[in-house]
Design a protein around this ligand. Structure first.
Ligand SMILES: C[C@@H](C(=O)O)C(=O)SCCNC(=O)CCNC(=O)[C@H](O)C(C)(C)COP(=O)(O)OP(=O)(O)OC[C@H]1O[C@@H](n2cnc3c(N)ncnc32)[C@H](O)[C@@H]1OP(=O)(O)O
Ligand SMILES: [Co+2]
Length: 134
């Protein structure tokens, strides 16, 4: 079902500082910051030859990453995102196994303009999983 690794997301308190660190210290190709109000985060993408790193900074009052940053004040790896060919088929197959799809269960449009869904970390080895339509 799952295909390519689309991105690994790192939650940060200060996305400008994280961007500067990757650009200046690690010499990476770092995008501009983009607010994603539907997701309660601001995102930056670091493009690597084989995948991407997504920085997440909380946006707004009810950011889904707020508690994570309280627990991990230095930041930390927040989720991994796998591509799937058909997100609704993937969702329905996963729900049939008992896996919990977060939120309403309907995909939202993600940072790449494609539908995304999240799966509960307790159902996947303590790791929050994002699925993105390929
Ligand atoms: C723009 C888009 C894109 O790429 O296109 C994005 O990525 S948006 C990225 C931001 N959006 C999302 O993350 C949406 C989906 N996420 C959520 O709905 C939420 O973050 C949850 C995963 C439900 C967690 O919410 P919250 O931290 O408020 O819940 P909670 O404190 O009750 O946590 C429940 C349990 O899950 C654990 N837990 C929480 N977040 C976790 C994470 N990221 N990785 C691993 N475990 C995690 C907690 O430690 C706790 O375990 P214990 O009970 O053992 O203490
Ligand atoms: Co993501």
């Amino acid at each position: 079902m799952i295909g390519r690794l689309n991105h690994v997301a790192i939650a940060v308190r200060d996305i400008a500082a994280a961007s500067a660190l990757y650009r200046d210290t690690l010499g990476a190709d770092v995008s501009a910051a983009v607010p994603q109000p539907e997701h309660g985060v601001t995102t930056v993408f670091v493009t690597l030859p084989n995948t991407k790193i997504e920085f997440l900074e909380p946006l707004g009052e009810n950011s889904p990453i707020a508690k994570f940053l309280e627990r991990n004040p230095d930041g930390g790896i927040h989720h991994i995102c796998y591509e799937v060919d058909d997100i609704l088929t993937a969702r329905d197959q996963l729900k049939a196994t008992g896996a919990r799809v977060l939120g309403s269960g309907d995909p939202k449009i993600g940072a790449h303009g494609k539908p995304v869904l999240f799966l509960h970390p307790k159902d996947f080895n303590g790791t929050l999983v994002e699925l993105e339509q390929a």
